[in-house]
Ligand binder design. Structure first.
Ligand SMILES: C[S@@+](CC[C@H](N)C(=O)[O-])C[C@H]1O[C@@H](n2cnc3c(N)ncnc32)[C@H](O)[C@@H]1O
Length: 415
């Protein structure tokens, strides 16, 4: 009798689990069910049921505050890849030495931040590592439920053994780590919200904050770090740089982008419940769901990462290629690489200029977007001779009656 070949197929773990429950009820194995399906395909010469794409899509109920909140929390759960954390942090190695690191908005059991700092604790000569999780996170306590029920927890390391703490499957040997007398794992009193007094107290004690905070609270988060005068290296979306809270920090050289991400998209792991309804979503070979996100950048105020490399300028100014705005005394420069080397006045450049900006070469004056009239002081608006235009929607640069994109107004620094 010929042997049946074994076939490997990739199945979404959630689908596999739910289908397995149905087959259990019926009393057949997964393999028998798949064979039955394949035999029906052969018998009928087609897929033996209609494949439709017009199922109504589940929608979040925005009329229900609880559901809405849960939906927002879920959207904030993007777990950073180890390679992204490692690549950036190794640039700041010198500055990390002897420091207490705080990873809030995190999860010691899930986070690549905790994993990276724990594994490299001794090489980086860290003083301590603290990671806190948020009770509302759908991953909190799932993998490693702590005694004393669900809720937010905190992990603190002050020592790490010299031998490896990474198990053959790549996970951390948490038992060894937390059996060391200087280390601690336990519940927080509150829900781990970074705005609680308990979490603010941890923030005050930390030297450097490293995390990927919730995207929806990014401005509030960075404002808190600023108000506490903390050093930080955190992940965010470059759109945040154009907000009224964060743009002034870039303008005043209090924040800049980190070293390692300048273009493309980044992969983030998402909870198993995350809907895979976009082409940028998927499931990797280990069965983990991911999403790819564009425009991600490290935001930091760590001195070592500030690039003072000037942009190489090769273009010369001419009236035709660099039109004047109708509402600002400034010229439009559509691409950063086209900044004319011989123009001394104010220039409007794309937001991506921040990827290459050196404060030695240029001064940032303001952001010319739809909020300029409200966000920019009248002193600066008069400095660039802003004239209200009927179509400028709050301060967007106008060229020949058409609105330009949001532009950063800059000026070369005198040599
Ligand atoms: C973008 S994820 C990043 C997680 C982790 N730091 C990483 O990079 O892998 C943001 C995390 O913040 C948590 N979070 C959401 N709102 C929070 C809040 N108000 N306070 C603290 N954490 C929060 C989410 O549950 C989620 O775990």
């Amino acid at each position: 009798m010929p042997t049946k070949p074994t076939t490997t197929i990739r199945i979404d773990p959630d689908v596999k689990k739910r289908a397995g429950e149905v087959f259990d009820d019926i009393g057949i194995s997964m393999s028998a069910a798949i064979n039955t399906f394949l035999k029906a395909v052969v018998r009928e010469g087609t897929i033996p049921f209609d494949i439709k794409t017009d199922h109504p899509k589940p929608r979040p109920n925005f009329g229900n505050a609880k559901l809405n909140h849960a939906f927002i929390v879920k959207k904030d759960e993007f777990y950073t890849q180890y390679e992204d954390v490692e690549k950036e942090m190794l640039n700041h190695q010198k500055l990390l030495k002897g420091k207490s690191i705080l990873c809030n908005c995190d999860d010691p059991f899930e986070s690549a931040f905790f994993h990276f700092f724990a594994v490299n604790f001794n090489d980086l000569e860290l003083e301590s590592l603290t990671s806190t999780c948020y009770a509302e996170s759908s991953l909190a306590g799932k993998e490693y439920p702590l005694e004393g029920g669900a809720g937010a927890y905190k992990a603190v390391l002050t020592e790490v053994p010299d031998e490896t703490i990474v198990r053959p499957d790549g996970s951390l040997d948490l038992e060894s780590l937390f059996s060391m007398p200087g280390n601690y794992l336990g519940h927080l009193a509150g829900d781990g919200d970074f705005r609680t007094d308990e979490c603010k107290a941890l923030l005050r004690k930390a030297d450097i904050v490293a995390t990927n905070p919730p995207f929806s609270l990014f401005r509030e988060y960075i404002n808190l770090l600023e108000s506490q005068k903390k050093d930080f290296i955190i992940l965010g979306n470059m759109n945040a740089a154009t907000t009224k809270e964060i743009f002034p920090l870039f303008r005043d050289n209090k924040v800049w982008y980190g070293e390692s991400i300048r273009s493309g998209d980044r992969k983030f792991f998402v909870p198993d419940t995350y809907p895979l309804n976009a082409t940028v979503c998927g499931i990797d070979n280990n069965g983990r769901r991911f999403i790819r996100v564009k425009g991600v950048r490290w935001f930091t105020n760590l001195k070592t990462s500030r690039s003072h490399t000037s942009i190489e300028l090769n273009c010369l100014y001419n009236k035709d290629e660099y039109p004047f705005y109708e509402n600002y005394d400034a010229i439009e420069v559509g691409r950063t690489q086209n900044i004319p080397m011989d123009y001394e006045g104010v220039m409007g450049v794309p937001i991506t200029f921040l990827d290459k900006y050196s404060p030695d070469q240029f001064e940032i004056i303001m952001l010319a977007n739809g909020n300029a009239r409200t966000n920019v002081s009248s002193k600066i608006l008069s400095e660039v001779n802003y004239r209200k235009h009927p179509k400028d929607k709050g301060g967007v640069g106008m060229i020949n009656g058409r609105r330009a994109y949001a532009r950063i107004l800059i000026r070369r620094k005198s040599l």
